[in-house]
Design a protein around this ligand. Structure first.
Ligand SMILES: O=C([O-])CC(=O)C(=O)O
Ligand SMILES: [Mg+2]
Length: 235
């Protein structure tokens, strides 16, 4: 089944997500109390091809299996709009690579923000040279087959996480997370609260380091919640 693409996510949301990064976005899911498996994080087997690759965009989904990359070709040519991340449910198949730097270059030329593959990719060096963010289970020189049309823009599972066309997908050195489209605003605001907490913590840690260096009185290093928990548990 080949469906049209979901509407692109508002740029202001993407900019906020980019500023936060994947770990804080997952913290935002946790703080929001939403019942989302693993806080929206794909499993740790799905990693960036190169450290420092980052992406944020709107999910365009592909479902395929057994190393068949015909559906990936169909998805690549299904839009000319900039801003999608291609999320490929390859069923974790590890016998063949689903794609390499040729398809990746085509996706980059179209304006995809990146690609996530539940399976292997190849042409690692070429991929890094392109600077196109790709997240996969690793590398396999054995190339793909071209067979079935698969599904484009249907609900899929990738890296253990449900992904619907139009969801927010973010990736960085830590991995990939998915925020359901209907919860983007809530998750971003929760993640921004966590960011504010972390900034405050960083200032406290810095002040402690400075005081230690200067031989002045040390400020309290432990956060208040640790002190409260210690009192509760240890009296
Ligand atoms: O040859 C293929 O179909 C996959 C590949 O390596 C590429 O896209 O560069
Ligand atoms: Mg190739």
């Amino acid at each position: 089944m080949i469906n049209g693409c979901a509407e692109l996510i508002d740029k202001s949301y993407l900019e906020r997500a980019e500023r936060l990064g994947v770990a804080l976005l997952c913290d935002g899911v946790k703080k929001s109390g939403l019942e989302i498996s693993n806080c929206g994080c794909m499993d740790a087997g799905i990693m960036p091809v190169d450290r420092g690759m980052t992406m944020v965009g709107t999910a365009l989904t592909v479902e395929t299996s057994e190393g068949d990359n015909f559906p990936i070709h169909l998805a690549s040519y299904s839009t000319s709009s900039e801003g999608y991340v291609m999320v490929i449910d390859g069923k974790g198949y590890l016998g063949k690579a689903y794609c390499g730097d040729l398809i990746m270059a085509a996706c980059q030329a179209v304006g995809f923000q990146g690609m996530v593959v539940d399976g292997y990719t190849r042409d690692r060096d070429g991929n890094i040279e392109l600077g196109f963010p790709v997240y996969s289970r690793g590398f396999m020189p054995n190339g793909p087959i071209k067979k079935e049309e698969g599904n484009v823009n249907t609900e899929i599972i990738c890296g253990g996480i449900k992904v619907c066309p139009g969801d927010l997908v973010a990736g960085d050195s830590d991995g990939v997370c998915v925020i359901p489209r209907e919860h983007i605003e809530l998750v971003l605001s929760m993640a921004e609260e966590k960011l504010a907490y972390e900034s405050k913590r960083r200032r406290t840690i810095e002040a402690y380091g400075e005081a230690k260096k200067n031989g002045t009185e040390l400020p309290q290093l432990a956060p208040q919640w640790v002190l409260d928990m210690m009192k509760d548990r240890m009296g």
